[in-house]
Write a protein that binds this ligand. Structure first.
Ligand code: PAF
Length: 279
């Protein structure tokens, strides 16, 4: 596996693959890789001949009081995992390469980027959309893969790619969970042992809610019970616990096709998100 940090070299390598008629998949990441990322790589390997993984901890998507400086960075370990998985190229630019002096462009996706996680993290999804658009332009992949755990991010990226006419397929890959049901996330590493134990309540309460919704229960009551169950398990706050349409992300008061349950909850300084479809 090659590691490349310079845009001209990236373009040259990809141009050589293109001359040979090879297709290219991109898996964008911020590193601190776990099994969820490797599931993205494996899905990529079924859809293209050459696999590029990017690792870039994007300052543009962190708020002033968020964890940019402490976000886990372990590129050497990540590179070893990716090489063992058969990835062709690690694209690992530095901040000055991505945001040279004078960089001023931000992409916003009106109506989608300022609600749910966007309400708690102002500017976060503008930062995500901007870096993802840049990565698409740098790598020019045929397909790009994103985890469904960050469902709002996936919906925003799909809309951005459609609106800006990016000629690629966006593929969502199902959530990979720990044995006790907690969705895998690089931020799970922040949890103290007691918080990690309490965190299991999040997917458990959500799964109970999904079952109750599928059985036709009253949505408002189920959402209130779900919040109460999560808080009584040791979470400190709930940013949202909503039934929403998976495409438009609009709130639903009755479950229809495409509905998903979305929760964002805080335990200590860690914010966990999850979503589950209503069958
Ligand atoms: O999901 C992530 O890891 C990041 O938001 C992404 C898509 C790599 C953009 O920085």
């Amino acid at each position: 596996m090659q590691t490349i940090r310079v845009i001209a070299e990236l373009r040259q390598t990809i141009a050589q693959w293109r001359q040979r008629g090879q297709s290219v998949a991109l898996v964008p990441t911020m590193g601190a890789l776990h099994e969820g990322h490797l599931a993205l790589v494996r899905a990529a390997q079924t859809s293209a001949e050459r696999i590029v993984v990017s690792i870039f901890v994007n300052p543009g998507q962190f708020g002033p009081n968020e964890d940019f400086s402490t976000y886990p960075r372990r590129e050497a370990d990540d590179a070893a995992l990716l090489a063992a998985q058969g990835v062709d190229l690690l694209w690992a630019p530095d901040v000055a390469t991505i945001y040279p002096a004078g960089h001023a462009t931000r992409i916003s996706i009106a109506g989608l980027d300022n609600m749910m996680c966007g309400a708690a993290r102002p500017g976060h999804f503008e930062g995500v959309a901007t870096i993802v658009a840049k990565l698409f332009n740098q790598v020019q992949p045929d397909v790009a893969l994103f985890g469904e755990k960050d469902w709002q991010q996936l919906a925003i990226i799909r809309r951005m790619a459609r609106d800006l006419d990016f000629a690629l397929t966006i593929t969502g890959v199902p959530i990979v969970r720990e044995a006790d049901g907690l969705a895998m996330s690089s931020r799970n590493a922040y949890l103290l042992a007691s918080q990690r134990q309490a965190a299991t309540a999040l997917p458990m309460a959500m799964q109970a809610a999904v079952t109750a919704i599928a059985q036709g229960g009253d949505i408002a009551t189920i959402l209130a019970d779900t919040k109460a169950a999560i808080l009584s398990a040791g979470f400190d706050a709930i940013d949202y616990c909503d039934l929403r349409d998976g495409d438009s992300l609009k709130a639903m008061t009755t479950a229809r096709a495409g509905a998903r349950l979305f929760v964002a909850a805080r335990i200590g300084n860690t914010r966990l998100i999850d979503n589950i479809p209503i069958p």
